[in-house]
Design a protein around this ligand. Structure first.
Ligand code: NAD
Length: 365
């Protein structure tokens, strides 16, 4: 068994353990988070989730917009001492109220703020994609290791009820031996000015955004590490949105068991779908990885039945990931979706781009 696969299987076992009440390290206080980047995700999705948390609370905000940050802090009962700019962020080392820094910035800023946070003595939860290159991921892991801080990636689906149940069903053989996976994610990118379409900030197009979900799902649903990837990009470069980054990219992963995953991401149509085809049935999720409203079916072709999973480990997947990080910090344990997990994805992402560029299959080490 290669180490990648062994780590993933250990990760899966750890996931089940981490999500069981008995195994949880129970923090005696709520750990304080600093949210870096008050955009759609940091401000719109994550900050409102602290009310659902048991072990996590908002302790500081970091933004380029002082007025906005001061307002957000005040709305959450925090004073101006809890407000930081990107320039003076390193002062956070002197704030004992902040245990964990959550990086919710454009992808190309993840490495810088993760490394600065670790050097300031803080644990880090960093959004996906972990960074824009393997080299950056390695530097982030090294910085957190040198500072003896935990590093987790915002792979929220590992705390989402439907994805957890699908993983359990797939691993327990409910669909037989998994032979083929389809994993497709996209949305219509309507704003031509958004940072997601600027390579210097995003590191790439739909693959760096929705494609991460397709790739992650193929890996966590099969519990295997791919040994080869073959990719193809189809982008209309005359479309002004796609002058710098790709629109549609599809890639095939080959797994050691012989299973194949056909994955895709795009910025010109909406889709959110994962299908596992086994020799005894199918497990299908559509939508598969949304914030809410996912659906799942299990059964033989034509006789699938809707599956309602047991409730997730927490009120929401977001509270699940925030509290899991807090518990990991208190227990001194690696989070189930650590920096190493983000690095594994980034190695495959680089191989996908290389395969598409060079028009050949890339074997993965
Ligand atoms: P956004 O554009 O809504 O917010 C980005 C924030 O970064 C804004 O507050 C912006 O002011 C700030 N920023 C700082 N420097 C900037 C610069 N040079 N250019 C542009 N913005 C700058 O983006 P978002 O949707 O909040 O995404 C942030 C991160 O979160 C991304 O890495 C994204 O992949 C991730 N994300 C994850 C999920 C998820 O479900 N896990 C969902 C959405 C976004």
């Amino acid at each position: 068994m290669d180490f990648g696969r062994r780590d993933l299987l250990l990760g899966s076992a750890a996931l089940l353990l981490a999500n069981s009440t008995a195994a949880r390290a129970v923090p005696t206080r709520k750990l304080g988070y600093a949210i870096v980047g008050l955009g759609g995700y940091g401000l719109g999705v994550i900050i409102p989730q602290f009310v659902n948390c048991t072990h996590s609370r908002l302790a500081a905000v970091v933004s380029g917009d002082r007025a906005k940050a001061t307002r957000v802090a005040a709305e959450h009962g925090l004073g101006t001492g809890a407000v930081y700019s990107y320039a003076d962020f390193d002062r956070i080392r002197d704030n004992p109220d902040v245990d964990i820094v959550y990086v919710c910035l454009p992808n190309a800023m993840h490495a810088e703020f993760t490394i600065r946070a670790a050097r300031a003595g803080k644990h880090v939860l960093c959004e996906k994609p972990m960074a824009v290159s393997v080299a950056e991921c390695e530097a982030m892991i090294a910085a957190c290791r040198a500072a003896d801080r935990k590093l987790m990636i915002g792979y929220r689906c590992h705390f989402e009820a439907y994805n957890l149940e699908a993983m359990r069903l797939a691993r327990s053989g409910a669909a037989g031996k998994i032979r083929y996976v389809r994993s497709e994610h996209g949305f219509i990118q309507r704003n031509p000015a958004v940072w997601r379409l600027k390579r210097a900030l995003s590191g790439g197009g739909s693959l760096m955004d929705m494609g991460i979900y397709s790739l992650q799902a193929a890996r966590y649903m099969t519990g295997e590490e791919p040994v080869a990837v073959t990719a193809r990009e189809s982008t209309d470069r005359r479309d002004p949105r796609f002058r710098e980054v790709e629109d549609i990219i599809d890639w095939t992963l080959e797994f050691p068991s012989g299973a194949i995953a056909s994955c895709q991401s795009m910025y010109s149509a909406a889709q959110n779908h994962v299908l596992l085809m086994g020799d005894a049935g199918r497990i299908e999720l559509e939508p598969a990885t949304r914030y809410t409203g996912n659906h799942m079916w299990l059964g033989e072709d034509g006789r699938e039945k809707a599956v309602t999973p047991p409730p997730g480990p927490r009120v929401t997947q977001f509270a699940g990931q925030l509290d899991h990080m807090s518990e990991s910090v208190v227990a001194g344990r690696q989070p189930i979706v650590s920096g190493e997990e983000g690095l594994r994805d980034m190695r495959i992402v680089e191989a996908i781009y290389r395969s598409a560029r060079e028009g050949r299959t890339i074997r993965l080490g």
